[in-house]
Write a protein that binds this ligand. Structure first.
Ligand code: CP
Length: 312
C-alpha cells in the first residue's frame, strides 16, 4: 500500500505483518537507546486539524526514534486561519517534498481526498467519524499480547458507537480477524443498519457483557452531537458506564480498554480504569508508539522501492 488511510483495504495477513513488526518495536522502545534509522533521510510532517494527545505525541516519537526529520505543523497558527483550504495547505507542504504526511481532520473523507493530491505517503490519524486505523491496530496489538491470540474472541465495544471512528476501525479489523463482536449502547448512539454487519447489538450492559473476553469502552463524543440528543452524564453513567459490578458479567479474566481521552465517571469508573489487574489502557498507549513505528517503517520501505517521483 502507498498510504494508510483505513483498515478497510487491509487483508488479514497484512494486519498480522504490521502487528508482528510492532511487537519488535515494543521491545525496541523498552531499551535505553531508542535510535534506529528506518526513516533516516525522510521528512515527516504531522498535520493535526483536531486536538490530540496520544496520536500526535506517539507519531512524533515514532518518527524521531526511527530517524526521520519530523515537523509538527501548528495548524491553529497556520494560514488555514486566513482562509486557505485544506487542499491548498496540503499542496503547499507537498511542494517542500515531505515523504510522510500524518493527518487528523474533523471531516470524514478529508484525509482520503488529501492523499489523492499529494505525492507522498499519507497516514490517517483520524478523520471525522470515518476511520482511525492506527488506533485499531494498537488495540489489536494490545488484545493479541494480553490474550495470546486475535481470533475467536468475544469482544464488546460499548458506548457512543455512532460518532466513533475508533469503533468503526476496530469493527472492521476485529471482523476481518474472525472475532465475535457485540456492540452495546443506547439506541440513539447506535448507527442504523449496523446489525447487518454480523454483530450483535445490545442496549443493556449486563446482558451484552456476558462472558466477553474484551470490554472496549468509548468516549461520549459530545462535540459530534451537533444539535442531536445529548444524554445526561449521570444517567449515561448509571446505564452504560463501566464499573466493577457491570464488569463482573464478563469473563473473570476479561480486559478493559479505552482509547482515551476518557471521561472518568461518565463512561468508566476511575478506579477501574486505574486497576492494572483489569485495565490495559496504559498498555494501549505504549502499543501506540510501536504500531506507528511499524506503519511508517513499512510505508517507507514501499517508498524507497519506488523511483523518485518528479512533481508536476
Ligand atoms: N485515542 C486517541 O486518538 O487519542 P488522542 O485524541 O489524544 O490522539
Amino acid at each position: 500500500h502507498r498510504h494508510l488511510l483505513g483498515i478497510e483495504p487491509l487483508r488479514p495477513d497484512e494486519i498480522t505483518t504490521i502487528l508482528d513488526l510492532s511487537d519488535q518495536y515494543v521491545d525496541f522502545n523498552r531499551r535505553r537507546d531508542k535510535h534506529a534509522n528506518a526513516l533516516a533521510g525522510l521528512t515527516q510532517i504531522n498535520m493535526f486539524f483536531e486536538n490530540s494527545t496520544r496520536t500526535q505525541a506517539s507519531f512524533e516519537l515514532a518518527g524521531k526514534r526511527l530517524g526521520a526529520d519530523v515537523m509538527n505543523m501548528a495548524m491553529q497558527a497556520s494560514s488555514i486561519k486566513k482562509g486557505e483550504t485544506l487542499i491548498d495547505t496540503a499542496m503547499t507542504l507537498n511542494a517542500m517534498h515531505p515523504d510522510l504526511l500524518v493527518v487528523r481532520h474533523p471531516h470524514s473523507g478529508a484525509v482520503d481526498l488529501l492523499a489523492q493530491k499529494v505525492n507522498c505517503a499519507v497516514l490517517n490519524a483520524g478523520d471525522g467519524r470515518h476511520e482511525h486505523p492506527t488506533q485499531a491496530l494498537l488495540d489489536a496489538l494490545t488484545i493479541r499480547r494480553a490474550k495470546g491470540r486475535l481470533h475467536r474472541l468475544s469482544i464488546a465495544i460499548c458506548g457512543d458507537i455512532a460518532h466513533s471512528r475508533v469503533a468503526r476501525s476496530n469493527l472492521l479489523l476485529l471482523h476481518k480477524m474472525e472475532n465475535r463482536i457485540r456492540l452495546i449502547g443506547p439506541p440513539t448512539l447506535m448507527p442504523s443498519g449496523i446489525d447487518a454487519f454480523g454483530v450483535e447489538v445490545f442496549d443493556d450492559m449486563r446482558e451484552g457483557l456476558k462472558d466477553v473476553d474484551v470490554v472496549m469502552m468509548l468516549r461520549l463524543q459530545k462535540e459530534r452531537m451537533d444539535g442531536g440528543f445529548i444524554p445526561s452524564e449521570r444517567e449515561y453513567y448509571h446505564r452504560y458506564g463501566l464499573d466493577a459490578e457491570k464488569l463482573s458479567h464478563a469473563k473473570p479474566d476479561a480486559i478493559v480498554m479505552h482509547p482515551g481521552p476518557m471521561n472518568r465517571g461518565v463512561e468508566i469508573d476511575g478506579t477501574l480504569a486505574d486497576d492494572i489487574n483489569r485495565s490495559v489502557i496504559q498498555d494501549q498507549v505504549e502499543m501506540g508508539v510501536a504500531v506507528r513505528m511499524a506503519a511508517m517503517d513499512l510505508l517507507a520501505r514501499n517508498l524507497r522501492a519506488r523511483p523518485t517521483e518528479v512533481m508536476t
